[in-house]
Design a binder for this molecule. Structure first.
Ligand code: CO
Length: 134
């Protein structure tokens, strides 16, 4: 059911330092920081040949990644995102197999303007999983 890896998101306490690490140490192409107030994050996209890395930094008081950074102050992998062809079919299949979809279970527009859902980390090996309709 799942297709390509779309991105791995890494929560970072210092977006400038994290961007410099990917740009200057690892030699990757990085974007300018992009505020996404509706998601409570500022994002820098790292473009790799086969996927993206998203560096996430909290934006605003109710950022969904603020708690994560409280627990992991030096940052860490926050979620992985897999592409699916049909997000509603994917959701229904997962629910029928007992997986928990976060929120109200309805797809939201994600960071790339495409419908996304998040799956409970306890059902997926301790990893928060995002599905994005490709
Ligand atoms: Co994501």
């Amino acid at each position: 059911m799942i297709g390509r890896l779309n991105h791995i998101a890494i929560a970072v306490p210092d977006l400038e330092a994290a961007t410099a690490t990917y740009r200057d140490v690892l030699g990757a192409a990085v974007s300018q920081p992009l505020d996404q107030p509706e998601h409570g994050v500022t994002v820098v996209f790292v473009e790799l040949p086969n996927a993206k890395i998203e560096l996430l930094h909290p934006l605003g008081v109710n950022s969904p990644i603020a708690k994560f950074l409280e627990r992991s102050p030096s940052g860490g992998i926050h979620h992985v995102c897999y592409e699916v062809d049909d997000i509603l079919a994917a959701r229904d299949r997962l629910k029928s197999r007992g997986a928990r979809v976060l929120g109200d279970g309805e797809p939201k527009n994600g960071a790339h303007g495409k419908p996304v859902l998040f799956l409970h980390p306890k059902d997926f090996l301790g990893t928060l999983v995002e599905l994005e309709q490709a």
